[in-house]
Design a protein around this ligand. Structure first.
Ligand SMILES: *[C@@H]1O[C@H](CO)[C@@H](O)[C@H](O)[C@H]1NC(C)=O
Ligand SMILES: *[C@@H]1O[C@H](CO)[C@H](O)[C@H](O)[C@@H]1NC(C)=O
Length: 468
């Protein structure tokens, strides 16, 4: 009480200006304190939760062994494919429409003719089997993955790295980057684990509703634990970016570093402000010149362009089982549906080309191998359901959206990615960005399109984290 009295007398003994300065400072300090508390409140991890996605009742115990797996095919599978291809009904494209109405069906016939007469699935199955495949049961599902180790070398530090694909890709997207990552880079090399998301390719699909990126993240954390890794690196784009982000939020102590080639962080006042001021005074809101080039005009590049391209997402997030019927039944329908994305998501300008520019970055063998992974496993519908499960509720309200990511993070911003995320936006969620690179070329599937560029960026990021 005595002290309060002294404070009061001192305060009123000051002149008005000093009183105001004092009040102002107190308010500012209070605000700062409240701000820091609100930020530190976010320093939490997402609860791991639990789940079981098998058919029927959960058994009392489950086999936890890891089994080798080999991709197989049969003459019957190939005959069935050819019969269906031969019965395909096409519709002529509109004159000069190129890829603007979707896959140009005149060009589709050419791709399908290659598929039918030249593509050799048996040979591609051998290509798939050049790396060791495994399956293990987690939360009621058989989870498939490949596990590739570098050759033994003296004085080499081997770092485990999990790479997670998205839609409509697969573990096969990583085949060209694997040899680059298992090379020795000044004493470090990666041992790489590429799982298939449950419901994609050779990983069993959930039998129950609600299988989202949290569940996939938890399953992949269990997979890494089962493989004996207590600390590892993560890499992803598309769904892989969400899943590996969620993994980093759930078990930050296990994740030495997170490298993403797509990241979403476009919420909040800061983003709004930077959109209004950014084009005029980019430095004020932390934009570089390259950010401005990639972001503006904002509505054209980020709203209209997304509206024109995201119909698939709305369908998959609402009625995947209906829309999926046709593409699960027709290999040509499936190829058009998937390969259109490999055209436009590599470069939106590909829509202006009669052949969708498909072979500018990929070989037909590589593209059709990815299609065949969906076709032979009959997994397109379950892959589409992942949209519904993840977009059920407003993603911004999910617990993980409000949780920061505190593990060392590396971002590779490819110029033809669907949306550009400036570093200043990414920092809102990713609180420890160690590297942010404007990549010189490439789009949504960089491991498939530009394996060397992506590998270089992963390596430089990891060297920073390891202080090599
Ligand atoms: C479709 O592609 C073929 C090339 O495969 C081209 O000759 C044709 O003009 C294209 N059609 C349209 C409508 O763009
Ligand atoms: C897990 O899933 C995504 C988000 O980050 C949701 O939107 C959540 O925000 C969470 N993490 C991701 C993907 O970044």
């Amino acid at each position: 009480m005595q002290r309060l009295q002294v404070l009061k007398e001192t305060f009123f003994g000051l002149d008005v200006v000093k009183q105001r300065i004092l009040i102002g400072s107190a308010v500012a300090a209070g605000g700062l304190l409240a701000y820091m508390m609100s930020r530190s409140r976010k320093v939490k991890t997402i609860p791991l939760g639990e789940g079981w996605w098998g058919a029927g009742e959960k058994p009392l115990s489950e086999d936890q062994k890891i089994y080798p797996f080999t991709v197989q095919t049969s003459d019957k599978e190939i005959e069935d494919l050819y019969e269906r291809i031969d019965r395909t009904r096409y519709t002529d494209p509109l004159e000069d429409s190129r890829f603007h109405y979707g896959f140009n069906s005149t060009h589709l016939k050419k791709v399908v003719s290659y598929w039918r007469h030249e593509f050799d699935w048996k040979k591609q199955v051998a290509v798939l089997n050049q790396y060791p495949h495994f399956k293990t049961r987690i939360e009621g599902l058989d989870v498939h993955f490949i596990h590739v180790r570098p050759p033994h070398r003296e004085n080499q530090k081997v770092l485990p790295l999990m790479m997670v694909h998205g839609w409509p890709g697969s573990f096969y997207e990583f085949y060209k980057i694997l040899p680059l990552l298992t090379q020795n880079h000044d004493g470090i090399a990666f041992e790489v684990i590429c799982p298939s998301i449950p419901g994609y390719g050779f990983s069993e699909a959930s039998h129950k509703q609600g299988f989202n990126s949290f569940a996939a993240a938890r399953i992949f954390l269990t997979l890494m634990e089962r493989l004996g890794f207590s600390q590892f690196y993560l890499q992803g784009g598309d769904w892989g970016s969400l899943i590996t982000t969620n993994m980093s939020q759930m078990k930050p102590d296990c994740v030495k570093g997170l490298h993403l080639n797509m990241c979403m962080s476009t919420r909040g006042f800061k983003v709004l402000l930077s959109l209004m001021i950014g084009p005029y005074l980019p430095f004020l809101v932390g934009f570089s010149r390259e950010d401005v080039r990639r972001l503006f005009p904002f509505f054209e590049k980020n709203v209209y362009s997304i509206l024109r391209e995201s119909g698939y997402m709305h369908i998959q997030a609402t009625k995947p089982d209906t829309a999926g019927c046709g593409v699960n039944d027709s290999p040509v329908g499936l190829a058009a549906y998937i390969l259109e994305k490999f055209s436009s998501w590599t470069d939106m300008k590909n829509r202006d080309l009669v052949d969708g520019g498909l072979e500018r970055k990929f070989s037909l063998d590589d593209l059709l191998t990815n299609v065949m992974i969906y076709w032979t496993t009959g997994s397109i519908i379950s892959s589409m359901r992942f949209y519904k499960e993840n977009l059920q509720s407003n993603p911004d309200n999910r617990v993980d959206a409000k949780t920061g990511i505190f593990v060392p993070t590396g971002l590779a911003a490819f110029p033809d990615e669907l949306m550009h995320t400036p570093k200043s936006w990414a920092q809102i969620r990713y609180r420890d960005i160690r590297s942010y690179t404007f990549m010189p070329r490439g789009g949504h599937f960089p491991a498939f399109e530009e394996p060397q560029l992506l590998a270089n960026d992963i390596v430089q990021f990891v060297k920073k984290v390891e202080k090599f």
